[in-house]
Design a binder for this molecule. Sequence first.
Ligand SMILES: *Cc1c(COP(=O)(O)O)cnc(C)c1O
Length: 381
Amino acid sequence: MDFNTKVIHGGQEPDPSTGAIMTPIYQTSTFAQSSPGIDKGYEYSRTANPTRTALENSLASIENGNYGLAFASGVAAIDAVLKMLNPGDEVISTNDLYGGTFRLFTKIFQKYGIKFHFVGMGKPDKIKEFINKHTKMIWVETPTNPMLNIIDIEKVSEIAKNHDSLLIVDNTFATPYLQNPLDLGADIVMHSATKYLGGHSDLVAGALVVKNKNLADELYFIQNSTGAICGPMDSFLVLRGIKTLHLRMQRHCENGRAIAEFLSSHPKVDNVYWPGFKTHPNHNIAVKQMKNFGGMVSFTLKDNNYKKAVKVLENLRIFTLAESLGGVESLSGHPASMSHGAIPKKEREKIGIIDSLIRLSVGVESKKDLIKDLEKALKLI
Ligand SMILES: *Cc1c(COP(=O)(O)O)cnc(C)c1O
């Protein structure tokens, strides 16, 4: 089945009790048993709920996996993966990581005796310097946030396999429309479904997808034991979002390209970070592992001035200044003061997060209007 069919039909059956085409919202905590232990496949909604099951089957289908798990948030999904580890185990992770993932690693799991190494993975061989007998996981985000670096998933997966380590890919920015990490050798693919999968900025949810049965069993056990599940209403909304993922992503990519090209020719703009440019350091890897380049674009101003960046952001009218990304509406963000504000200036500047860096989540509006909006705001500085 092609991706465009899978987003609508993958893992989906009309509701067995009524024939409803769209999976109903099973807003129930428990299910009747005809005799002790005899049920219709569901007993309690933390363990399994039919709306969540439909979403989990859809997730498995669109990521080319065999098993999907839906969580209350993206960080809840990450939390479940990390709970497979024991004290003394080590994780090697991308260095320009989503801020919430970095916080979960360093402020929560570090105190339970898990050690993290944060490594620039633009050249995957760098990972080998940190591998030892305690290494259990390699954690990759690509494209990265907010610098849009690209990491070679296939290369990293070879390294992980040679050292009996699991490879986890946070596929939130790319979505399964652009990239399928399980096909490139990853063991677990993770999503903040809050972003492109949900796609309408109206929910918070997370996802994991795997191919391997033992890995799935271990993660289901953790999900059921710790309980950070996706509720029936949110499961329904993510499912509904997924049905238009291919249409939205097509437009996100088209608009992302138009905005990146506009910005790169603007006299007040310095660097534009977008993996579609031939000058992007890992453009060739993006071409190899992604179908297109996505809707995330970051840029800096020629005059690297905090106040000027703020002025641009305050004067955008269609791009709304807000956390998050991946919705139909365009959003703008200022990493140095928002998502990466907690990182010391020196540290964040080392990876390129300077004061004038602006991150755009380009939505699916008219690209002409989006460009006009940027043009007007840039004129004021
Ligand atoms: C938002 C995000 C997360 C965290 O997901 P939540 O749904 O906010 O808990 C993890 N990774 C990336 C890349 C994200 O953008």
